[in-house]
Design a protein around this ligand. Structure first.
Ligand SMILES: Cc1cc2nc3c(=O)[nH]c(=O)nc-3n(C[C@H](O)[C@H](O)[C@H](O)COP(=O)(O)OP(=O)(O)OC[C@H]3O[C@@H](n4cnc5c(N)ncnc54)[C@H](O)[C@@H]3O)c2cc1C
Length: 506
C-alpha cells in the first residue's frame, strides 16, 4: 500500500516548509478526516530558514524580487503580503516594493512564521506536526513504509518519508580543509567578517552568487584589504533589470509541453529549441543575441558597467523569459533523452547558467565601485590554490598569467548536489543498500510524476520522495524557491490525496 498516515519529513528548510504548508492546506480541504502525524527531522533550532535564509548579515540579498518569493507554490505574493501585514515597509531607507531585493534573513523570518502558522492550522485540522531536533541517519525499508534511525538514538516507523535535505557541502579543495584561514563556505558571511582581518588580502574562489555575497558582506563590514575573486571563466552573473515586467509564457506553449509529457515520449533537443525560439520571438528576443552575449568573455569591469547601464535603462526581456520558464523548466528537462541531456550539458548549460543567474543592482554597484578603486580584482583562468607557510598562493593562467598571495581563502564555488560523492550518512546508506541511485545530473534518480526515489532494480518508491537539490537531476532547476515550492505543492497534494484514498478504504 502506498498511502500513509505517519509522515517523516527529513530536513526543515524552505522546501520542507513549502511541503508542510501545502500538506496542511490540502488536509484542511477534507473536513472530518482522521488525524495524521508528521515528524520533521531538523537538527537546527527551528524549522523554516534552512541554509539559504539563515540568520546572517542583511548584505545577503535575495536574488529574486520580493513580489516573487513565496512559501506557496501557487501564490507568489504571499511574502509581500506578510511584509505589509507586519508593517515592514522600508529597507535601507527606501520603501519596499514588489520589485525590491530584500535581505535573505528577513525571508527566513517569514519562513519561520509561515511554519508557526502551519502548526496552528495543522492542530485545528487534526494534523500533529513535531519538530525532532535530530538528523536522520538511515532509512530501513519495512514491510510497509520505512524506519528512520536518527542522531538522537530514536528509531521510528513511518508510512511515508520525504527527503528535503537541501544542498550538500562543497567537495572542492579538500587539501585546504582544516586550515583556520580557509573558509569552506562563505556562510554565514558574518563569520567571515569576524574572522578575517580588515586589511587581509582575501582570495575568493568562484565568481557567482555566493562570491558576490562574500564580497558584499566584506564591503559592508568595512574591509580595506584587496579582494581577489577568481574562477575558470571569470564571469560574473548578469545584473537583474530594474524595469523588467513579469511576462507569462503563452498558454499554447504550456499546453503543448504538458501534452508531450503525457505521451511519455522524448522530444529531440532541436525540436524543443525551435519551440523555445518561437516563444522568444514573442518576447522580441532573438536567440542568436543570447548565444552571442554568452560567448564573449569581456573584461569584468567593462562587463559590469555595461550590465549596470542595461539593467537600469530598459526592460530586459530575456530575464523575464527566464523567469517565466521556471513554470515549465522541469517539463522541458524531462522531455530530453539521456543523450540530449548530455548535449545540453556540454553546449547549452554553461550559457543557461551564465544568463539565467542574476543578481541585484545594489550589489552590482558595490562591486563596480570596488573594482574601479582597485580594491576588487575579478579574473578568469583560475588554475589552482596552494597552501604556503603563512599565506595561500592562487594561480591564474591565460594570456596574462598571474599569481596572488592571499591571507585567507573563501570557497564560493557553490554547493554540491552530487549524491554519489557525498559523505552524508543518510545518502551513503541509501546508495549502498540500493534503495536509491545517484542521478548523473544531481541528486537521486526519481520518478518524474511522483518524485518517488527509484531503487537500483528500477522500482519506483512512491512512499519515499525527494524535493530540492536531491531532485536536481529530475527537475533540473531546483535552485529557485518558486520551482521548489511548486514541486513541493504538487507532492504534498498527491500525498494527501493518497492518504484520503487510504482512509476511505479502511
Ligand atoms: C546561499 C543561497 C542563496 C539562495 N538564494 C535564493 C534566492 O534569493 N531566491 C531563490 O529563489 N532561491 C535562492 N536559493 C535557492 C533555493 O531557494 C535554496 O536552495 C533553498 O533554500 C533550498 O531549500 P532546502 O530546504 O531544499 O535546503 P536547505 O535550505 O539547505 O535546508 C535543508 C535542511 O535540511 C537539514 N538536513 C540536512 N540533512 C539532514 C538530515 N540527514 N536529517 C535532518 N535534517 C537534515 C539541514 O539542516 C537544513 O536545515 C538560494 C540558495 C542558496 C544556497
Amino acid at each position: 500500500m502506498e498511502t500513509a498516515r505517519r509522515v517523516a519529513v527529513v530536513g526543515g528548510g524552505s522546501v520542507a516548509t513549502s511541503y508542510l504548508f501545502h500538506f496542511v492546506e490540502a488536509w484542511e480541504a477534507r473536513p472530518g478526516a482522521p488525524s495524521a502525524e508528521v515528524v520533521v527531522y531538523e537538527p537546527r533550532e527551528s524549522v523554516g530558514r534552512g541554509g539559504a535564509y539563515d540568520v546572517d548579515l542583511d548584505s545577503n540579498l535575495l536574488n529574486v524580487t520580493a513580489g516573487s518569493m513565496s512559501v506557496a507554490g501557487d501564490d507568489r505574493q504571499h511574502f509581500f503580503r506578510w511584509l505589509k501585514q507586519n508593517g515592514i515597509t522600508e529597507f535601507r531607507g527606501e520603501p519596499i516594493t514588489m520589485d525590491g531585493f530584500l535581505p535573505r534573513p528577513l525571508f527566513g523570518q517569514y519562513l519561520e512564521e509561515a511554519y508557526r502558522d502551519v502548526l496552528q492550522r495543522a492542530e485545528r485540522c487534526g494534523v500533529a506536526i513535531e519538530h525532532r531536533r535530530a538528523a536522520a541517519l538511515e532509512l530501513e525499508r519495512l514491510a510497509s513504509g520505512f524506519g528512520v534511525r536518527a542522531s538522537d538514538g530514536s528509531r521510528e516507523s513511518y508510512d511515508r518519508v520525504v527527503l528535503a535535505i537541501g544542498n550538500l557541502d562543497s567537495i572542492a579543495f579538500p587539501q585546504l580543509k582544516g586550515d583556520p584561514r580557509y573558509f569552506d563556505t562563505p556562510y554565514p558571511v558574518r563569520s567571515l567578517c569576524n574572522a578575517i582581518p580588515s586589511d587581509a588580502t582575501v582570495g575568493i574562489l568562484g565568481t557567482s552568487l555566493s562570491a558576490i555575497d562574500a564580497i558584499a558582506a566584506l564591503a559592508a563590514n568595512g574591509h580595506r584589504g584587496l579582494i581577489v575573486c577568481v574562477s575558470r571563466n571569470g564571469r560574473l552573473p548578469c545584473v537583474r533589470g530594474t524595469m523588467n515586467a513579469p511576462t507569462p509564457l503563452r498558454v499554447g506553449f504550456k499546453q503543448w509541453l504538458t501534452a508531450m509529457v503525457e505521451t511519455g515520449q522524448r522530444v529531440p533537443l532541436k525540436v524543443l529549441i525551435d519551440r523555445i525560439q518561437e516563444e522568444l520571438a514573442t518576447y522580441s528576443i532573438q536567440a542568436a543575441d543570447l548565444l552571442q552575449l554568452a560567448e564573449v568573455n569581456p573584461d569584468p569591469l567593462r562587463f559590469l558597467e555595461d550590465e549596470l547601464r542595461e539593467s537600469s535603462s530598459a526592460p530586459r526581456n530575456w530575464q523575464s523569459f527566464g523567469n517565466a520558464l521556471n513554470d515549465v523548466v522541469d517539463q522541458l528537462w524531462h522531455l530530453l533523452s539521456p543523450e540530449d541531456r548530455q548535449t545540453f550539458d556540454r553546449t547549452i548549460r554553461p550559457i543557461w547558467m551564465a544568463r539565467r543567474v542574476t543578481f541585484p543592482i545594489a550589489n552590482a554597484r558595490t562591486l563596480a565601485r570596488m573594482m574601479q578603486n582597485g580594491q576588487l580584482r575579478v579574473r578568469g583562468g583560475f588554475h589552482d590554490v596552494e597552501k604556503a607557510a603563512s599565506t595561500f598562493t592562487v594561480r591564474c593562467e591565460g594570456v596574462r598569467p598571474e599569481t596572488f598571495s592571499c591571507d585567507a581563502i573563501v570557497n564560493a564555488t557553490s554547493f554540491s548536489c552530487d549524491a554519489a560523492r557525498s559523505s552524508v550518512p543518510l545518502l551513503q546508506a541509501l546508495l549502498r543498500e540500493g534503495s536509491a541511485v545517484a542521478d548523473p545530473h544531481g541528486g537521486l534518480q526519481l520518478d518524474f510524476a511522483s518524485g518517488g526515489v527509484v531503487t537500483a532494480d528500477g522500482t519506483i518508491q512512491r512512499d519515499l520522495t525527494a524535493l530540492g537539490s536531491m531532485a536536481a537531476g529530475t527537475y533540473f532547476w531546483t535552485n529557485s524557491m518558486d520551482v521548489n515550492a511548486r514541486l513541493a505543492m504538487v507532492q504534498a497534494r498527491q500525498h494527501v490525496h493518497a492518504m484520503r484514498h487510504d482512509l476511505s478504504t479502511v
